[in-house]
Design a protein around this ligand. Structure first.
Ligand SMILES: [Zn+2]
Ligand SMILES: [Zn+2]
Length: 234
């Protein structure tokens, strides 16, 4: 794997460890900028898992550079934060930052150092290949979700997102299958548990009035109840 990509994925993995399960961590996200109206690439996007809440939107930029991060990069990052409506941002750099960059960052931008040595300590070997036929080299970041209880039995499910095509994945712990679920479709695992999965694009409207859309991953139970398991803004 290319080194910069590995660095980005490691930042995603570390981020996922730091946040509560009510947050979803999306590696290599692409969302529409509110100001630019264009798709913006984000190395890591952290969002509220169940609903739209821009107050909780946090973005990460992973800069694996030979030189320190400078003031211009902080300003460009601040522009990106504004465009996508992120309240907080983290600039992760591998080779330090200048004093003026740190001053310019102020409170809403955190500059963090993550050196190559630290990277060597962590492994993303557990990341799986994407299961979509149309995806080239995507990797899945798995997320253990709280167990779902049906008729007194706890079913533990893991869900994941591809870092390339963005498709949701499901790891069925009843039978061990790992499956990719397409955009806007339904899927039942071959073990035929009392549930099925659904993906759909839903409009999101934040309290501050910004409108956008998200892909939702929904678990529909046999009794008609459903749970939002994950979401990914687009
Ligand atoms: Zn993929
Ligand atoms: Zn199954």
């Amino acid at each position: 794997m290319k080194k910069w990509r590995e660095y980005e994925r490691l930042v995603s993995a570390l981020t996922a460890e730091e946040y509560d399960k009510e947050y979803t961590v999306i590696p290599n996200a692409r969302i529409k900028g509110f100001i630019s109206q264009r798709k913006r690439q984000l190395d890591v996007l952290v969002e509220y898992r169940f609903n739209s809440d821009l107050n909780r939107r946090i973005i990460f930029d992973a800069k694996d550079r030979k030189r320190p991060v400078d003031i211009k990069e902080v300003e460009a990052f601040e522009g990106l934060m504004k465009d996508v409506g992120a309240r907080r941002g983290f600039l992760i750099c591998s080779n330090g930052y200048t004093k003026s960059a740190l001053r310019r960052a102020q409170e809403h931008i955190v500059i963090k150092l993550l050196s190559s040595d630290q990277i060597d300590d962590i492994s993303i070997g557990s990341w799986d290949m994407c299961r979509s036929d149309s995806c080239g080299d995507g990797l899945i970041m798995w997320d253990l979700t709280p167990g779902i209880i049906i008729d007194g039995t706890v079913y533990i499910q893991a869900t994941g997102k591809c870092d390339s095509c963005g498709k949701f994945h499901i790891w069925c712990w009843s039978c061990g299958n790992r499956i990719c679920i397409d955009y806007e479709s339904e899927l039942q695992c071959s073990c035929k548990g009392p549930w099925f999965w659904l993906t759909s694009i839903e409009p999101d409207c934040d309290e501050i009035g910004e409108q956008y859309e998200s892909h939702y991953l929904i678990l529909v139970l046999g009794n008609g109840n459903y749970h939002i398991m994950d979401r990914r803004p687009i």
